[in-house]
Design a binder for this molecule. Sequence first.
Ligand code: SF4
Length: 323
Amino acid sequence: MSAGDVILEVAGLRKYFPVRNVWKRRVGWLRALDDVSFSVRRGEILGIVGESGCGKSTLGKTLMGIHTATAGRVVFEGHDIARLKPHQSRRFREHLQYCYQDPGASLDPRWTIRGSLHEPLIVHTDLPRPEREARVREMLRAVGLPETHLDLYPHEISGGQQRRVGLARILTLKPSVVILDEPTSGLDVSVQATILQLLLSLQRQFGLTYLFISHDLSVVRLICDRVAVMYLGRIVEIGSTGAVFTTPRHPYTQSLLAAIPVIGGRRVTETFALEGEPPSPTNLPSGCRFRTRCPKAQPLCAQRDPPLRADWPDQQAACHLAD
Ligand code: SF4
């Protein structure tokens, strides 16, 4: 990956939350992100997957500045924004947008669609009204809604249309990177397909880069160029979607893939189900953090924390025994 291709570079990112007792005294740290490093190419879709509680949403929110990073770097379009105060990072973060599971749910019921779409432009830009109106109309058309919707209120349109308006609202600021947090979760399969098609069409039309946070591996396989697998606050495997899904190197990835239902065809991984709950991120095991659930664990795994190894053309994995 050449430096010019990289739009977002994350290095050694940590986010620790204090754990307090009933007297509010700090008794430990919850390591939600623990030394996370990866790069994102301009125009790609990078999937972030893992069980709930693995840190994928915390990662998205820390990149956005919703959580302040404990340590590490987030270099976005050449600027390190990890430790900037909100007012300092505002002009960079306009181009880095976060999309909640249902972006339509955040529409103000007292405002018309026009009001909701103008608001981010009023707050973040000094565009005159005619230019704002032109941008708003462009984005409404881009998400497949007629301009007649501008004068309606959220309760006058369907839930699916509200979701589209929410997306249009994010796009009004012309972001270059959008962090999509479980964008298809809770939707019927047919609605999921429509939303995925819309996201892909918007990506092509506006040259967007997506970080696609999801627990749905089937969807990730369908639309992501690369995928990062997280376990207990750390990336344990990252690589091209083809490589990770056909030759997963890390036992955790293998167990996640084994959990995808297969109808007909042959499963590509050794099939062992993932058993038990992950350990608490406030009390991580020594060595490899997956060793308490790993069927391949050896004594070495309790002694040394495996680094991400780039031993394969399109893939890196953090496992002593991966081959
Ligand atoms: Fe399993 Fe050891 Fe590899 Fe960790 S390092 S995933 S415990 S084999």
